[in-house]
Design a protein around this ligand. Sequence first.
Ligand SMILES: [Zn+2]
Length: 185
Amino acid sequence: MVDINFDSNTAIEDLDNLDFDFIIKAVSNKLMQNEIMNWKGDKDKQSKLRLYTKVKDSYNTEIYVSKNMSKSCRSFIAQLRSSTLPLNIEIGRFQQKPVENRFCPCCNDNKVEDEIHFLFNCPLYAGTRNVFMQQVKMFYPNINMKSFIEQLQVFMNDPNIICKLGAFIRDCYFIRNTYIYSIKK
Ligand SMILES: [Zn+2]
């Protein structure tokens, strides 16, 4: 078997002994390695993708992309995933507010309204969160033992839970906007 060094520019002279299946496999592997290296490098550069960098640790198609679910649920998951869901952490970026002042408008906890506060802590969504977590606990009875990021990894990667997560985010966001609208009146 001929050993192929892809990092050298030397020509392969012993063509008769080349195994083409092997070459194709080796080239594919090399391309995939490069792709993964590029992906990791890009991922680290994108500081705005707060959750993405924490939750996404492997190179594969995400379940919510292929799973059959409503357009709105898929969209909410994608927005949460890419840190573009309009929470104050994101809205404040456009208003050039310091991060530490981007408080949650829906409670008195004096916490920055980021994705973790929204999903796991804000008391405004306690009832909805409780219903969602009961569903999760049917599959993961000890989910509370995990950190929030680990829980989110479970939600995102389990085909039984991903649709429920989408509905949970959608419902909470509806409650959020209804609440903000009601206090502005
Ligand atoms: Zn809150």
